[in-house]
Each structure stands twice: as C-alpha cells, then as structure tokens.
Design a protein around this ligand. Structure first.
Ligand SMILES: [Zn+2]
Length: 170
C-alpha cells in the first residue's frame, strides 16, 4: 500500500518539514491523487474497497459508518444489501405495471355500461371528464370513492355523486 502514497521529497522551510502529512487512520487510504478511499471487512467476511472522494475527513467518517453497521447489524454486507434493494425495486416496478390506469379501467367500464345500462351516455360524459383528470392514475382496484366524490362535487355541483366506477357495481 506504500506505492499509493505520493513520493514527496523531504522539503524544509525555516527548519520545519513542509512534507505533506498524508498519514491516514486505519482503513483509510489515498487510492489515487485526490481520491480517498476506504477498505473494511463486512459482516460476511469480504473485504470491500470504496472510493469516497477528495476530502479525507469524508473517507474517515465513511469508514466509521461502515464499521458501525458491521458491528451493529450481524452479517451486514453492502453487496448483499444492494442486491436486496435491487430486487425490491424490481418487485415494486412489476407491481406498478400490473396495476391498471383509470383510462383503461374506464374504457372497460363503458364497454360494460353500453350493454347493461340505459343511462350509459350520461356516464360516458362523466367518465370522459374524469379521465381527463385521473387518466394516468393507477389503481389495483379503483379510485377511492372519496376522491371521485370530491371530483364530482367540483364538476357537477348538482349531482353530488359519480357512479362507482367498477364492473358490476352500478
Ligand atoms: Zn461483503
């Protein structure tokens, strides 16, 4: 690790050594000019190297933060943690994609209403207005009734309730 320390000649000024002091505490190294990094053993027993930045103090505090996690969370490993977070994010994305937008839901509903409801033309106008506002809203079931009612009250003050947008519920 000595090779990573810059080879500074021993300069003197007024009897004092002007040699830059790059002594770093345990686990903290200057990996390249201007970049401090840390090295530590995780809870799973790997050695991890991490480049922190140009400020030595940041590297020192980062080293202590990692060490604290190793000591307080048995088996903690940043690599395993990152993999778990990636899996969680992937699951959340998949769940979001599975949810249907209000626009698609409303189109299905209208299709149903045309064959089952004589008043479907009234609903069609209401749904068109609601779609302009909620079209991209996704829901695994349907928009909360309170949200729809608030919207209906604003748009149609006289008819205070929008029909429940959901197959078979009107
Ligand atoms: Zn590890």
């Amino acid at each position: 690790m000595q090779a990573t320390e810059p080879d500074t000649p021993n300069r003197r000024h007024g009897g004092w050594s002007t040699r830059k002091k790059d002594k770093a505490p345990r686990g903290v190294r200057r990996y390249s000019a201007g970049a401090w990094g840390i090295r530590y053993a995780c809870g799973a027993g790997h050695f991890h190297k991490e480049s922190i930045g140009p400020v030595k103090g940041d590297a020192i505090s980062a080293y202590h933060k990692r060490r604290l996690r190793v000591q307080t969370e048995p088996g903690w490993c940043p690599q395993i943690e990152a993999a778990q977070q990636r899996a969680l994010a992937e699951a959340a994305r998949a769940k979001e994609a599975a949810r249907v937008t209000f626009r698609d839901f409303a189109a299905d509903y209208l299709q149903w209403a045309k064959t089952h409801k004589r008043s479907w033309k009234t609903n069609a106008g209401q749904i068109k207005a609601a779609t302009a506002v909620f079209g991209d809203t996704r829901s695994s079931t349907r928009l909360p009734q309170a949200t729809l009612n608030a919207f209906a009250t604003r748009c149609w003050p006289r008819s205070r309730n929008l029909p429940v947008i959901g197959t078979g519920t009107c």
